[in-house]
Design a protein around this ligand. Structure first.
Ligand SMILES: Nc1ncnc2c1ncn2[C@@H]1O[C@H](COP(=O)(O)OP(=O)(O)O)[C@@H](O)[C@H]1O
Ligand SMILES: [Mg+2]
Length: 216
C-alpha cells in the first residue's frame, strides 16, 4: 500500500479538496482507496457521509493510532491511502508526515501560502520526508506573473507536480455532494486536471518516494 499525506500548515490551501478528488480519481483508475481523516474539523468524514456510495471509506485516525490504522488497511488490501491533516503544525501532521511515502503540499499562488509552504518543507526536510508541491486555486489566466512566481518558488523548493490546479466551481460543487470532480462533471476541465494530477502523482510515487523516517 502507498500512503500519501496532504500537508501544509496553511488552512484553506486545498488539502481536503485535493485529497477527496485525488482519492476518487485514483479509485476510478483502479486503485483500492481509503481516506484517512486526521483533522478535528472532520471535513472528509462529513464528505464521506454525504457520499452515497460505500466505495471509498473514510477513516478517522488520531496520531497515536495512525500506524495501526495503516497496517489494518494494508492487510485489507487497500492499495492507496490518502491522509488529510489539520491546517496547523502538531502531532497529527507530524504523524502523517512520518507515515507517508510522499507528502503533497498544496499552495495557493500567494505570498502567505508560499511562506507557509517553506515552513512545511522545513519540517519535512528535518524528518527526511519526501515531498512535492501542488499549486492550487490558480486564477484562470494561467500565465499571470503571480502564478509564474509561485511556480518558480515551488520548483526551487523541491518540485512542483503538474498540472496547475485552477480555481473552479466544480471543486466546490463536487465537495458538497460527497463526490470527486471526476464524478461531478466527468468531461469538465477540473476532471481532466484531477486525472492528470493523479497520473503525475503516481509517476512521482513510482520514481523515488523513500520511506520517511519515524517522527521523534
Ligand atoms: N481548485 C479549487 N477551486 C475552487 N475552490 C477550491 C479549490 N481548492 C479548494 N477550494 C475551496 O477552498 C476552500 C479551502 O479548501 P480546503 O480543501 O478546505 O482547504 P484545507 O483543507 O487545506 O483547509 C474550500 O472552500 C474549497 O472548496
Ligand atoms: Mg481541510
Amino acid at each position: 500500500m502507498k500512503t500519501i499525506a496532504l500537508v501544509t500548515q496553511k488552512g484553506g490551501a486545498g488539502k481536503s479538496t485535493l485529497a477527496s478528488s485525488l482519492a476518487v480519481a485514483a479509485l476510478e483508475a483502479g486503485e483500492r482507496v481509503c481516506l484517512i481523516d486526521m483533522d478535528p474539523q472532520a471535513t472528509l468524514t462529513v464528505w464521506g457521509k454525504t457520499r452515497a456510495e460505500a466505495d471509498l471509506p473514510v477513516v478517522a485516525a488520531s496520531p497515536a493510532k495512525l500506524p495501526a490504522v495503516l497496517k489494518t488497511l494494508a492487510d485489507k488490501g487497500v492499495t492507496m491511502a490518502f491522509i488529510d491533516t489539520p491546517g496547523a503544525e502538531g502531532a497529527a501532521s507530524s504523524a502523517a508526515m512520518a507515515a507517508a511515502q510522499l507528502c503533497v503540499i498544496p499552495s495557493r499562488p500567494t505570498a502567505f501560502d508560499l511562506w507557509a509552504s517553506a515552513n512545511t518543507r522545513k519540517a519535512l526536510k528535518d524528518m527526511r520526508g519526501d515531498y512535492v508541491f501542488v499549486l492550487n486555486q490558480c486564477p484562470p489566466a494561467q500565465q499571470s506573473a503571480r502564478v509564474e512566481e509561485g511556480m518558480a518558488a515551488l520548483e526551487a523548493m523541491g518540485g512542483l507536480l503538474s498540472p496547475l490546479v485552477l480555481a473552479r466551481v466544480d471543486y466546490q460543487e463536487a465537495a458538497r455532494r460527497g463526490w470527486g470532480v471526476t464524478e461531478f462533471n466527468p468531461h469538465g476541465a477540473a476532471a481532466g486536471e484531477m486525472r492528470a494530477l493523479w497520473a503525475s502523482l503516481k509517476k512521482r510515487l513510482a520514481k523515488g518516494a523513500k520511506p520517511a523516517k519515524k517522527a521523534a
